[in-house]
Ligand binder design. Sequence first.
Ligand code: FES
Ligand code: FE2
Length: 396
Amino acid sequence: MTKPALEEMTSKPLVQTINMLTDSQQTAIRKISSHDNARVPKIEATRPVSMFTGQEFYDLEQRHIFRKRAVPLTLSMMVGEPDTVFAHDGYGIPLLVSRDKKGEVHVFLNACMHKGAKLLEGCDPVKKGRITCPYHAWTYGIDGKLLAAARSETFENFDKSKHNLAELPSREAGGFIWAMLDRHAEPDFSSMDEQLVADMAAFDIDSAYIYGRKTFHLDANWKCVLEPFLEGYHVQRLHAKTVGPLFADVPNVTDVLGVNIRQISGKLNYTPDCLDIPNENIHKSVTHAYNIFPNGVVVTSPYYISVMFLMPTAVNRTTVQYFMLTRSPDDNEKAKELYKKSYDMIVDVFGNEDFWAAQMSQAGLESGALDEVVYSGLEETIPRYYDILESCLPQQ
Ligand code: FES
Ligand SMILES: [Fe+2]
């Protein structure tokens, strides 16, 4: 292979132009009207407050969604190299996520098959060929196989092959790892829509750098945390002092990809003509916001992508894992400065504005002041999302 051809295959342009996106994304982008022509629909939509505060609804979601269908668990790049493993506790279930020597991803229960001790603590990925239990030193391969048990001759009829780690069904695509949280449930990966995966692949999420990540523990129902990522109504108001002025008060172009939602909108500087400026970074004028059903969020910015997993741990408790992904490592002064500034800003906006609002809203909903929540035309994706969510629950 000639050198230019090799370079072409391996080098990744630092900015994305519209033609690097999928046909489906490009079609949606071309549907964004100029801000002058944007019309916000009037809608009449409500949902009962008990969806956010009731234990009964929470249990239904857990049973029929989170334990019955594969959920987005983490990013492929958390186990970017073979023989990498980390502990994942976000869903309140001790898990291990690993990539074995052959490059295959596994999700295990983080429990030793001798007496259940947690094999690994701490959520930072580590590179190691094997995992040894701290209790009695049983040793496992990164593929979950029990390799050795200390003083194994003292167990009568001991069959090593019967003590491999308990594995949860998992799949990897488009830079994400999905897993079934209940290993006894019939595996259902139907949420992994082909177009969604293609869109994520177009963003190069499978080869992105994890610049920073942060875990938030919030006093709010997971849907209160999700809602701000399904609507633009709050952006110019809640974010008035930060990012609000960069956005326009216009509706999104929304597409449902299987059970996932893609919202595309023009920022304040967007005009239909700007899409045809050669070599222009598409993320400067257009924002993509996805819901990866049920609880994953992907939002594009000019120089980075935000990915979040909103993991319910109780009816009014949510653990959020936030990731900021970049197309290049911060290996030069310019990148260092840009990425640091972006990370500080986005963690502040999400943490101190969106998540703060979610917790404030939860407290008000729990006060009993309202029986139902009402949604405007600028929030129309929220009831659309709930239609999908409710279709996965038994008919009430
Ligand atoms: S609990 Fe792990 S070796 Fe005993
Ligand atoms: Fe927001």
